[in-house]
Ligand binder design. Structure first.
Ligand code: AHR
Length: 520
């Protein structure tokens, strides 16, 4: 905390910080600095993570050619269509912890001849390797996403990793490139990002950061791709505050070549305890509040890590990629605990949007993030049950924020009081972000973080004129409102439009809501 004064937090624009009595209505005023354009908000901040875990891939995305579930070449039509509509910019695969036990040769060639392995991390289930390298790139191409492949450092070899990259990217007449051609892919796959290991401090090998840094330098030396096709290379960093800072520091000091970014993980647990994390639905209001408090901690964690990077890499070459984040709740009773399936409520949508606003603030180095995970796992966009599919509140939060992809960040000065309900659970009533979209228009996102209280937000555009604010609002009647397979449209955004009065806007934000508008 001692360095806090020096660092600029996304929420530091709060000018007034005093506790209000419960049930007070919140008055917030803000100015969008339309004349001060900041960093580009890289579209890959809206990236997704897809791991061989539970029903995240099998059933969730891949059902195979012979399935009764409508599919194209084995990929579910309903899920692929929903992902395309979401404009998913990037997908990370095959893990996670799974990545450090994944041997790429198991997932190429005739599917009938691929070996069956045991997924030791996630439920001890059989992994028949039907979904492999070719299927991953087909999926990304169908959806229109960039690709992020996570290599196996934990149980692989430098040779295995180097050969995988050659197999995917070579345009030569080499035996490996020809094997790819024989397996049905003539031109090289486009690998946009490649990581060396995952969570090396934990499931990836329980290493010290200095040891990992040495391994990274060694292995990265042999990762070669044709000119113009070299992916951005990512070193697997830390998580949380303590471990995160040490890893960021050691890696940025000791990895002196072939590293474009350091990754970072942070999960939001309502209780902040891994043994009893808190429920996905049917939770008390106190857990709404603690979830918000815990998710907003990422703001300070990112700020502290970036401070370390500023010191070790003042030219800003090294990106800071939050390649795993999101809510993590207790497993639903009766479900396989290793599958990490959880329901997704309006609370998750609010958490997602609050995180987007924080990522925008640090967009200069936070050029990519991947929510965990895309389908059926943790804070998912999509849930499936055999042939049924539903879109979660988190899906809609991502959809509402599409105009922020590749936009330009605008700073906002906010004047608001903290919302305080119980004890230490204190957080600002409203989280805000603004940007100049690719269409040249100003976009504003307003998230009412409160479980129960509404806010009125007055917006000044600092001289810029706009007559209307038009977009969508997502809210719900209960704290744990969610979509089910029988009632898939319970939580869905509605059109929202207000007019300016004397050049200023006044937004009424219901409790637990996300509002994204274009100011025109
Ligand atoms: O997303 C689930 C798991 O969380 C990932 O496999 C791992 O990297 C992290 O601990």
């Amino acid at each position: 905390m001692k360095s806090l004064k020096k660092i600029s937090l996304a929420l530091s624009s709060i000018l007034l910080c005093a506790a209000l009595p419960a049930n007070a209505e919140h008055q917030v005023s803000l100015t969008i600095n339309t004349d001060q354009q900041g960093a580009q908000i890289n579209k890959n901040i809206y990236g997704q993570f897809v791991e061989h875990l539970g029903r995240g891939i099998y059933e969730g995305i891949w059902v195979g050619n012979n399935s009764d579930i409508p599919n194209t070449n084995g990929f579910r039509n309903d899920v692929v269509t929903a992902l395309k509509e979401l404009k998913v910019p990037l997908m990370r695969w095959p893990g996670g912890c799974f990545a450090d036990e994944y041997h790429w040769r198991d997932g190429i060639g005739d599917p009938a001849k691929r070996p069956t392995k045991v997924n030791t991390h996630w439920g001890g289930v059989e992994e028949n390797n039907e979904f492999g390298t070719h299927e991953f790139f087909q999926l990304a191409e169908m959806v229109g996403s960039e690709t992020y492949v996570n290599g196996n450092l934990g149980t692989g070899t430098p040779r295995e990793m180097a050969e995988w990259l050659e197999y995917m990217t070579s345009d030569k007449n080499s035996t490996l490139a020809n094997e790819r051609r024989k397996n049905g892919r003539d031109k090289p796959f486009k690998v946009d990002y490649f990581a060396i290991g995952n969570e090396a401090w934990g499931c990836g090998g329980h290493m010290r950061p200095a040891y990992y840094a040495d391994l990274y330098m060694h292995w990265a030396t042999f990762l070669k791709a044709p000119k113009g096709h070299t992916p951005k290379f990512i070193a697997s960093g830390g998580s949380g505050n303590v471990r995160g800072l040490e890893w960021t520091d050691v890696l940025s000091k000791n990895i002196t070549r072939n590293m474009d970014a350091i990754s970072y993980h942070y999960y939001t647990l309502p209780t902040n305890k891994w043994d009893v994390k808190g429920k996905a639905i049917g939770f008390p209001e106190s857990e709404w509040n603690s979830t918000i408090v815990n998710t907003l901690k990422i703001d300070e964690f990112i700020a502290q890590n970036l401070e370390v990077l500023e010191k070790n890499d003042p030219k800003g070459k090294i990106g800071f990629y939050v390649d795993e984040w999101g809510t993590w709740y207790d497993a639903e009773p009766g479900r396989e605990p290793g599958f990490l399936y959880q329901q997704n409520t309006i609370r998750d949508a609010v958490v997602a949007a609050a995180n987007f606003n924080i990522f925008h603030h640090y967009a200069e180095r936070v050029r990519m993030t991947n929510i965990a995970q895309m389908v059926n796992v943790l804070q998912a966009m999509i849930l499936t049950d055999k042939e049924k599919m539903l879109l979660t509140p988190t899906y809609y939060a991502y959809q509402m924020y599409i105009p922020f992809q590749d936009s330009t960040h605008l700073t906002v000065d906010i004047n608001q009081m903290d919302y305080e309900k119980v004890g230490e659970d204190k957080f600002p009533a409203v989280s805000v972000s603004a940007a100049k979209g690719q269409d040249g228009k100003t976009y504003l996102a307003l998230v009412n973080l409160s479980a129960t209280e509404s806010s009125e937000v007055k917006v000044d555009l600092k001289g810029q004129t706009a007559n209307s604010a038009q977009g969508q609002q997502l809210t719900a009647n209960t704290l744990d409102a969610h979509n089910t397979f029988n009632k898939p449209n319970q939580v869905k955004p509605k059109a929202y439009k207000i007019k300016a009065k004397s050049g200023k806007f006044s937004f009424d934000l219901p409790a637990r809501s996300v509002t994204v508008v274009k100011l025109d």
